[in-house]
Design a protein around this ligand. Structure first.
Ligand code: HEM
Length: 364
């Protein structure tokens, strides 16, 4: 902060030196030091008309007198301007109004003569502005916006005398911008807060809002969502590590060879008519094969047990009964028939249904 203050002082001194050339020092200005900013434009104006200064009163407000000398009627309104002008820069937030209001005033006032007056008033504003917020002015003002303010200022400069335009125009822009920027800079914290506020509601909030209810927790949604997914994956993956030689490819190779008799030993070559009681007896324990039914067909799942990615125990949950529901709940995408086609034993029939070889052949 100390450096900032020092910088402010240096900038202010440079500004005064620029506005008050040594020759102007010869002219007595006792009241200038306390309020150099309002006088500064006057000094610029006096560069053109030093004589009038000598003639006019040399008090703290020579500007108005000079303006009156130059311009006929509307100048009175200009002289009245400084009061609101002074009031405005004190409140940095009103700068936007200044910009809008300035061109309006200029347009309302007669262009050529009052152009200088308006310019002077704007200069006063500008000069006052650095008082309030000098540090941001030199650094921020020049680069960002010369154009937007240039339109009204240009009109004023064209109307102004020759010497006036060059110095004030650059001053005007930076100053007006300084007023703008300083409020913006002062507003930036709120703006940042606004940014911080805006993203949540606008972009992120929509997705988070959707994900949050789904997740149903208060924690940060972004972190929660992946965590849940990972947990779901870990919990849902119930695959087992198969023994070597029992991969799906090994099973495919085994099933491709009909000599392996995957249906089981001691079964007739044709399809059997399997009743629910018969199916129930094939539970996979006590040396019996595990049979299961699926969509009206009965399969021997014992040969597939060591190849089942979900493990033997999971597969045998369907032993001795219908597995359609279990299968559908866990992995409906699996091609049952493609894997267990060679394990087909027969068809599931009711208990009282009599089976004959002819009927079975007819079904084939
Ligand atoms: C009937 C009761 C069955 C149960 C309870 C069962 C259970 C399971 C389970 C828990 C998994 C692991 C799923 C995963 O980690 O993603 C699995 C995977 C698998 N099961 Fe079964 N299963 C059964 C029947 C079958 C049958 C009859 C077949 C063959 C026709 C079969 C073929 C598979 C295959 C190929 C996978 C791997 C799926 C994949 O990698 O996406 N399962 N099973």
């Amino acid at each position: 902060m100390g450096w900032v203050g020092a910088g402010v002082l240096v900038v202010t001194a440079a500004y005064f030196l620029y506005r008050y050339p040594p020759r102007s020092w010869a002219e007595p200005r006792s009241s200038a030091p306390p309020e150099p900013n309002p006088d500064a434009p006057v000094a610029a104006a006096t560069a053109e008309e030093p004589v009038q200064r000598k003639d006019g009163p040399r008090d703290s407000k020579p500007i108005e007198t000079d303006e009156e000398d130059h311009q006929s009627t509307p100048k009175a309104s200009v002289s009245s301007v400084p009061l609101p002008v002074l009031a405005v820069p004190t409140f940095s937030l009103d700068n936007g109004e200044h910009e809008t209001s300035q061109p309006a005033k200029i347009s309302s006032i007669s262009q050529p003569m009052n152009g200088t007056a308006a310019q002077l008033s704007s200069i006063n504003r500008d000069n006052e502005a650095p008082k309030f917020q000098p540090p941001p002015q030199p650094s921020l003002a020049p680069p960002p916006k010369p154009q937007p303010s240039s339109i009204p200022s240009k009109a004023t400069t064209t109307g102004a005398s020759s010497l006036m335009p060059p110095p004030p125009v650059p001053r005007l822009r930076p100053a007006a911008q300084a007023n703008r920027l300083t409020p913006t800079s002062t507003l930036q914290p709120p703006r940042l807060s606004g940014n911080s506020l805006s993203p949540p509601p606008s972009a992120a909030a929509s997705q988070r809002g959707l994900s949050a209810p789904s997740s149903g927790s208060r924690l940060s949604n972004s972190t929660l969502a992946p965590t849940q997914v990972s947990l779901k994956k870990s919990s849902s993956s119930r695959k087992v590590i198969l023994e070597p030689g029992f991969s799906p490819l090994d099973w495919a190779a085994l099933a491709a060879n009909p000599k392996n008799k995957l249906r089981g030993e001691g079964l007739p070559p044709g399809l059997l008519r399997v009743t629910p009681s018969m199916l129930k007896e094939q539970h996979g324990r006590k040396g019996r094969d595990a049979w299961t039914s699926y969509h009206g067909k009965v399969y021997n799942i014992s040969p597939y047990a060591p190849y089942h990615p979900g493990g033997r125990g999971e597969l045998l949950r369907g032993a001795g009964k219908d597995s359609a529901q279990l299968f559908q709940d866990i992995h409906p995408w699996v091609n049952w028939e493609g894997i267990l086609g060679e394990c087909l034993i027969g068809i599931l029939v009711s208990e009282h249904d009599t089976q004959t070889e002819d009927e079975m052949d007819a079904m084939d």
